[in-house]
Design a protein around this ligand. Structure first.
Ligand code: GLU
Length: 375
């Protein structure tokens, strides 16, 4: 495939709406999904990494349990999600399997992406899956999520996923081929907007209200998702999946709206880290560790000589070099009591000290920002 819109976007999160995947009878449209899997295989052959965020569990489960996916009580929705999710992910497993691609199910709740300690866990698992060449198939954990503790829609979930894995591109596939100046179904004069460089209030007014039957999304939730993702350095694309080979169409200059991001995911992450206000502790590093960080490496326990303060996993800590000057800051992968136990240890000694196989890094390189060197 040649990727006009996707050019330069290495890591892609692809969000699939229920309306595309689930037919009116509550069954997965297997042909559509198999074509999508073929597109995913082509993208991977072209060097892209792919994560999928898919809706559809509630729509499938509603059919299995015998009720319409809308206007049912919370526990019924949760039961529908539980019954539907297993079929949904099985359908992905089969379709991707035909392309010799392994799928893995990840169910997330907002805490997994919004709370720093938990976000490190979700990120590490997703990174590992990508490292092993597996396609994560992600959905909200609807069986335990309640109204007040929900992403609410999978557009937002997909944007959060894009943010935590530092994706370069988020593709929101649904039944619309982009943003219009007005609702194109109601106004013949509505004009398609191919590129958005700034999300303005006016665009939200143009987006109007949600309209699809099963999904909770609409243009508004897509714009909100685009806001989260572009802020995290991730280009966002709204495109129609209502065709046989949606990603292929997109790759061949298909109609879409591209929301450009001004920074790269790495730059946006560093800016976010630099902006975290409460710093809970301090890690004093040896000369070797400080030099390794400047060379783009992660901070290992072996390079730490002293730990100051009490902090939890995911808290921000200051990194200080041997002469006492602040190098930067990062998110601690260990709480301070564990960090004290493994300070100065090589990675292969961590398990013996902690009594369980821990992580090899103290601060991952994606989770740290270094201040410019002073002369
Ligand atoms: N998580 C829901 C499902 O799988 C869909 C939410 C949405 O449509 O945004 O059915």
């Amino acid at each position: 495939m040649t990727q006009a819109a996707l050019h330069g976007l290495r890591r892609l999160v692809i969000k699939i709406g229920s309306a595309l995947l689930i037919d009116e009878t509550g069954h997965v449209d297997k042909t559509w999904l198999e074509n999508l899997a073929e597109d995913i295989a082509l993208l991977r052959n072209d060097g892209h990494q792919v994560l999928v965020v898919s809706s559809g569990a509630v729509a499938i489960g509603g059919r299995i349990l015998g009720f319409s996916a809308r206007r049912v009580r919370l526990e019924e929705l949760q039961a529908a999600a539980a019954a539907g999710q297993v079929r949904l992910v099985h359908a992905y497993q089969e379709a991707l399997g035909k392309q010799k691609i392994d799928a893995a199910q990840i169910l997330l709740t907002p805490d997994d992406t919004e709370v720093r300690r938990r976000f490190l866990n979700a990120r590490n698992t997703l990174e590992k899956l990508l490292e092993y060449g597996v396609v994560p198939v992600i959905n909200e954990n609807d069986t335990v999520a309640t109204e007040e503790l929900k992403y609410g829609d999978n557009d937002r979930l997909a944007a959060r996923v894009a943010q935590i894995v530092m994706a370069d591109g988020l593709i929101l596939l649904s039944d619309v081929d982009g943003l219009y100046t007005a609702d194109p179904q109601a106004h013949a004069s509505a004009k398609h907007i191919p590129i958005v460089d700034t999300l303005t209030d006016e665009l939200f007014v143009m987006a109007g209200k949600p309209n699809s039957e099963f999904g909770s999304g609409g243009m508004r939730t897509k714009l909100l998702a685009a806001g989260i993702a572009t802020h995290a350095g991730c280009t966002t694309i709204i495109a129609s999946g209502d065709c046989e080979r949606p990603l292929n169409a997109l790759a061949n200059d298909g109609k879409c709206t591209v929301f450009e991001s001004s920074a790269s995911p790495a730059a946006a992450r560093k800016q976010w880290l630099a902006g975290i206000l409460e710093v809970r502790g301090e890690l004093r590093l040896d000369v070797g560790a400080a030099a390794a960080l400047r060379n783009g490496k992660s901070l290992l326990p072996v390079g730490i000589v002293q730990i100051v303060g009490t902090f939890r996993r995911g808290d921000a800590v200051t990194l200080v070099d041997a002469s006492g000057s602040e190098l930067g800051r990062g998110l601690a992968a260990y709480a301070s009591d564990e960090a004290n136990a493994i300070l100065g240890c090589r990675s292969d000694q961590i398990e013996a000290k902690l009594g369980y196989a821990g992580r090899s890094v103290m601060v991952h390189r994606d989770d740290l920002v270094l201040f410019p060197e002073t002369q």
